[in-house]
Design a protein around this ligand. Sequence first.
Ligand SMILES: O=P(O)(O)OC[C@H]1O[C@@H](O)[C@H](O)[C@@H](O)[C@@H]1O
Length: 754
Amino acid sequence: MAAPAPALPQEDARVAAAALSEAGDVIELHAADGSATARVHRLGATLISWATASGEAQQQTSIKQDSGEAEQQTLEAGTSGEAQQQAFQERLFVSPLASYQAPKAIRGGTPVCFPQFGQLGPLQAQHGFARNRVWEVAEAGEDSCTLTLAADEFTLALWPHDFRLEMRVSLLPAGALHQELRVQNLGGQPMLFTAALHTYFAVSDVSDASVVGLKGCTYHDNLSGARAVDRGEAVTFPGEVDRVYMGAPDTLKLSDAGRNSVLMIHKHGFADAVVWNPAEGKAAAMGDLGAANWRGFVCVEVAQARSGAVPLQPGGTWAASQTLDLAQGVVTAATGAGVTLVLRRALTGTTMGAAALGQPTGKESAVSAAAATSSTAVMAAPVVPPAPPPPPPQPDQKPAHDVVAGAMARAASQSTIHPLDTMKVRMQAGGGKAAASSSGGAKAPSGKAPSLPPRPVATPLERRLVEVRGLYKGVVGAATGAGIIIGTYFAFYSTTKRFLKERTDMSDASTAFTAGAVAALGSSVVKVPLAVCIRSVQAGIYRNVFHAAQSIVSAAGVRGLFTGFLPTVLEDVPDMAVKFAVYEMMRGVHARLRNGRPANVAEDLVMGGFAGAAAAAATTPLDVLKTVMMCSASSRPTIVTAAAGIMKEGKGLKPFFRGVGPRALSNGLNSAIFFCFFEAIRQVLIKKQQEQQLLQPAAAQQKQQAKQQAKQQRSFAARLKLQQQEQLVASRRPQGSPAACLSLALPAPGWLQQ
Ligand SMILES: O=P(O)(O)OC[C@H]1O[C@@H](O)[C@H](O)[C@@H](O)[C@@H]1O
């Protein structure tokens, strides 16, 4: 019994456009283990879709093999079409404006460039003609197909060679994909060609994408015409990029910080790699791309281009291929009596009970097997088996990321909302001053008048300026303090969260709630003394935080700095627990609704703002108590005396909600801005970490390959020279078409000499 075919993703314009094309033009493939789907269009043998099962929904897929029969069960995602659809993520980009009608090539997917790449050949047509021709379907199976293109009148008029091209596309286990291009020379003449698989990879945003593995490699810059050695750790896309890397390593990584994914590109037999994105200007000028779509892709093309054309003897075959593979999850295979269990673990997913992490994976062997098929190439460069994928980048691996991102984000958000915060503190401290007068009220040590008497002001404008400046009073101390406090908070939060994730089966929201509470408790040891000083400065009692600390300690001892510890803890524990639980819960809902797409700035603002405002409103009474206590720290009031003081006002519970408006607004804003900064900074740090992780294996591999490539290039040059001599001899003989004789008798063109 064949594995049930998962539904293909339907969201793309490409599907609608492809459906409009002639019936039978699109071949659909389904991986036997349900891990991927693909579509191949006959126009240019272009792979127009490769969608892989995404982590969380596909966390457990068991493939039961029983006497040759395969039965697939998706345990977590359910079996509804909708769930299946959502579980797949498209990896290729096809422009919504793409045409699917020959002779136009499809703008996207993986068109085949042959018999020349770019202008590296005798043809006028950029990238040759293979991408503009409709190929024949030689074989179409469940998870693989073969398309062919043969010379005909049209091609012979452009290029006087009898050839046969074969493109085989296969879906491998664990979502990997293999594409092999085979070229046969059926004519009596040697032929020279350049070629490429021009893959458009879908990325969340081009600014989040980087190609790793090309450091130290020489490239030809198509924009300037110059050659240079790439010294960068990764190729990024700040603007237009168009480079041909000669003798590129056989494994490259395309990292997408937005999707949190790393795609492995293993090439076999292709010497070069091309990296291209047109940026807005050029994209706008391309009718089938348009100004709006260039951010959604990055082209990484495996190519035989500037390293030298391939010389192919009559009767000879050349083959080269690429294997695309995701390094996003950990795939572990355990083989037992007729049962293969594949456990896929998403980046942030929970640990699967039976997963024996670190064992050889089915995925590796599948990739190696695919690579091995390429070694049948007659004149292909030696095949280097792809390196096993590096361990997946773990965003939670470094709590330091959260600490740094949290501290920076909080400092930024605190400075933004500081004036509102000052207003709130003044409302609460002012009201409480009268009320709490029995316990000292808001005053300086020893009941002295505030040390900063208001300066007399002359004009209304000056008065207004002084007021505004007053609202920013203590902003530097507050921002720094807030940064330190939240940094400490995140040190506790991340460590607790990681501990809970590793040791328990708690849901994300419960984990966030518990970790939030533990972190609030732990960080209050740093937070309370800082808050005592900062709030007193905001209330106008002291000049700055140092002055506050010194005065409070000399008046009430170190314990004075811990005034309000209890209400702080009482307030913060529920506040932080609620805030983080609400935030994580909203992110979970967002991820489900948006099919895993990362939240944009506006969505982060809304989610962060809502979480902050809800938590703030619920905990305002404790905040009122805390402010009253902290602003009379020198007389060391207790929570009871502070509450009694407020009750003495005779207004019932109303004073306990003093400042609820500015507080909800200020905390909501603070939280919104904070989570925005936090997510952005964390993404940058994770991206850096991913690049670091990826570079380690790449560097070692690159060294080993450098030798091989030098050797390969020398042999290419020798073969090319021999080929040119043979062609010269052949051109003197009156055979072949007149065009062929003429072209071979002319001096070798520039592209051939490179
Ligand atoms: O527009 P075309 O012919 O599909 O080419 C797209 C790009 O393809 C890349 O391979 C080339 O390096 C670029 O120079 C070129 O612009």
